[in-house]
Design a protein around this ligand. Structure first.
Ligand code: PLP
Length: 407
């Protein structure tokens, strides 16, 4: 029996529905092209991308310099495995270490792998350097966290959707309320090796912690010989209006976890960057990844860092974000309870009882803006940092007309 491949948007959606696993519930739009902040669907409609693949596209779709860097590397060498050296990995590690103010870098592919790597590093560091009793290491995490989808990681999520049905989960994690320094201090004991935290919680709805929280966390970690592990996979590389969200409080974590935008929206590239004392606990054979540190990803990652290096894109995006938040707040839309913002990253909290954020996303799509709801009542806006003021205004006008008709 042959299967006919139907065409058009309905055909593509039908195939995905019939042959793909249903682990996502995408908006009914089928994209086939992208450039900058714009994407087009198979029926020729154009949309403003206000999600940027959860900030993996901080530099927009197919940034010419990133496409060029990838193309040049495609012509030379794409994969070696770590059984051999390649000429891109060393420079990538140097450049990312300098970007982060770190000593060493360990490249992986997805964000979840960077988180897993940090968990392993922290535990081993705890046993070998801090003297924690074997098999007893504890890591403190925050309520409302999102760190990825592996079984270890969903084991310390408090989102029932992410965890139910996937246990049993391993021990070794303690949850504290997000933004509460006293709770953090109280949770740290002799077996604690690390505090794993998102400096801004993205998936939870762009939750910005109270002023002083990150600084307090840094001080508490210093006093208790605990590693501060900042998951900057979504908040880093410019999304919050600074290089890292930790910069808002002048905090240098022991480990930075990076991913998403590090791969330029072209391929998966993640990394752990941090102190020699921590990354130095790994010896050959103890951790790895077939694709981690591949020359193609490293070449793209190097170009991403080059594009962010002078800070101009980040500064301009911060201004645009502040302007957008001020505009939305001053309009006083009855459907909007709160606008949270850091850099070009906005969480628009809808009033309870208004149509869901999902419904708002659908209406936005019909008007040519692609955004994503998170947690029922939050619309998250995270356009590419390279957006122009005119493009952003275009999208905000459409957003405002949707907000106006919600209540
Ligand atoms: C997306 C995300 C991850 C997981 O990254 P994947 O590449 O999807 O595995 C981890 N932490 C945070 C904060 C994220 O936003």
């Amino acid at each position: 029996m042959t299967t006919s491949i139907s065409t058009g948007a309905a055909g593509a959606i039908d195939l995905e529905t019939r042959y793909g696993a249903h682990n996502y519930d995408p908006l009914p739009v089928v994209l086939c092209e992208g450039q900058g902040v714009w994407v087009s669907d198979v029926e020729g409609r154009r949309y403003f991308d206000a999600l940027s693949a959860y900030s993996a596209l901080n530099l927009g779709h197919r940034h010419p310099q990133l496409v060029r860097a990838a193309g040049e590397q495609l012509e030379r060498l794409t994969l070696t495995s770590r059984a051999f050296h390649n000429d891109q990995l060393g420079p990538f590690c140097l450049e990312l270490a300098e970007f982060c103010g770190a000593d060493r870098v360990l490249p992986m592919n997805t964000g979840a792998e960077a988180v897993e790597t940090a968990i392993k590093l922290a535990r081993k560091w705890g046993y070998e350097r801090k003297g924690v009793t074997a098999e007893r290491a504890e890591i403190v995490v925050c309520a409302g966290n999102f760190h990825g989808r592996t079984t270890t990681i969903v084991g310390f999520s408090d989102d029932p959707l992410a965890r139910s049905g996937f246990g049993p989960f391993g021990p070794g994690f303690v949850t504290v309320p997000y933004g509460d320094g006293d709770a953090l201090r109280a949770a740290i004991g002799p077996d604690t090796v690390a505090f794993l935290v998102e400096p801004i919680q993205g998936e939870a709805g762009v939750i910005v912690p109270p002023d002083g929280y990150l600084g307090a966390a840094r001080a508490i970690c210093d006093e208790t010989e605990t590693l501060l592990v900042a998951d900057e996979i979504q908040s880093g590389l410019g999304r919050s209006g600074r290089r890292f969200a930790s910069d808002h409080e002048g905090v240098q974590p022991d480990l930075y976890l990076l991913g998403k935008a590090l791969g330029g929206g072209i391929l998966p590239l993640s990394a752990v960057a941090g102190r020699d004392e921590v990354l130095g606990v790994l010896r050959p054979g103890e951790h790895g990844s077939t694709f981690g540190g591949n020359p193609l990803a490293c070449a793209v990652g190097r170009e991403v860092l080059r594009l962010l290096a002078d800070g101009r894109v980040i500064e301009e995006s911060a201004e645009l974000g502040a302007r957008a938040a001020a505009r939305l707040r001053s309009a006083g839309h009855p459907a909007v309870r709160e606008v949270r913002q850091r850099g070009l990253w906005l969480g628009i909290e809808l009033v309870p009882g208004a149509p869901s954020a999902r419904e708002a996303s659908k209406r936005l799509m019909e008007r040519g803006v692609l955004a994503k709801d998170t947690h029922e009542t939050t619309l998250r806006l995270a356009p590419p940092l390279t957006v122009t003021v005119e493009e952003l205004d275009w999208a905000l006008e459409r957003l405002e007309s949707v907000l106006t008709e919600l209540v």
